[in-house]
Design a protein around this ligand. Structure first.
Ligand SMILES: Nc1ncnc2c1ncn2[C@@H]1O[C@H](COP(=O)(O)OP(=O)(O)OP(=O)(O)O)[C@@H](O)[C@H]1O
Length: 237
């Protein structure tokens, strides 16, 4: 009996992807208020690839980052990070996997009030068990790269919104995560600074073979990305 050759389940690029969303749907709210925040989303991001996601307010951008980063479990679909489907893990396993593989830059940096800018980076390295000489040097280099060396000893209440955002970016980069999820990194920055930050994200993505997704409204920085995708009503294209 002749069987047709099986079609490959994934393309070579998808197979190499360190972050892969397959058929991801997320419903939020209940009953009449139920919203489809993500609708059958498929997305594969390879190591060293910088993907920008844009789209109108309410189109599902934050939901995409939350689900891709294992902070929210989708209603349906699979989310593979470094070969493991996050949706199959127990909460504590998911947390451990997330810490090992994923870095986040939140829109509001969520810095610790009692720590200086420099200490925010060292704490992140300490929690990950990686506070060695190389990481300390990397912390110093990143603070310089985001223009924060002269403010490294300041606590968040003595930093501007844009400065806090830059510390949040340096903190996410200090561990060179395999997957980096970035929410509106330039929202509090002037044009020149926005350009510096997005160039830094692109450079670090390539240097450390990171799979980076950046959500942004800022069309002037899209040229830094390898691919630009658009979300509309939870659908990615
Ligand atoms: N907790 C929730 N309960 C119900 N609906 C929600 C909840 N959170 C978000 N939504 C809805 O889900 C949809 C997607 O929201 P999401 O925050 O992902 O969009 P977004 O593109 O990031 O928006 P913005 O650019 O304004 O931040 C929106 O319609 C939003 O109103």
């Amino acid at each position: 009996m002749n069987h047709p050759a099986p079609a490959p389940a994934t393309s070579p690029k998808q197979a190499a992807a360190v972050l892969r969303l397959t058929g991801v749907t997320l419903h939020l709210g209940h009953d009449q208020q139920r919203v489809t925040a993500l609708d059958e989303v498929d997305l594969a991001v390879a190591p060293g690839e910088f993907v920008a996601v844009t789209g109108p307010s309410g189109s599902g951008k934050s939901s995409l980052l939350a689900v891709g980063g294992g902070l929210q479990t989708p209603t349906r679909g699979a989310v593979h990070v470094a070969g493991v489907d996050l949706t199959t893990l127990k909460e504590h396993q998911r947390t451990a996997h997330r810490r090992r593989h994923i870095g986040y830059v939140f829109q509001h940096a969520n810095l610790f009030a009692s720590l200086t800018a420099h200490e925010q980076l060292l704490l992140a390295a300490h929690v990950a068990g990686r506070l060695d000489g190389a990481t300390r040097r990397r912390a110093d280099d990143l603070l310089e790269a985001v223009g924060m060396t002269s403010r490294a000893g300041h606590r968040p209440d003595r930093l501007s919104g844009g400065e806090r955002q830059r510390v949040g970016i340096a903190r996410a980069l200090v561990l060179a995560p395999e997957v980096l999820l970035v929410d509106e990194p330039t929202s509090a920055l002037d044009r020149a600074r926005a350009r510096d930050i997005v160039d830094l994200l692109a450079e670090q993505t390539r240097l450390h073979h990171t799979a980076t997704i950046m959500v942004t409204h800022d069309h002037e920085i899209l040229d830094a990305a390898d691919r630009v995708l658009t979300l509309r009503d939870g659908r990615l294209s």
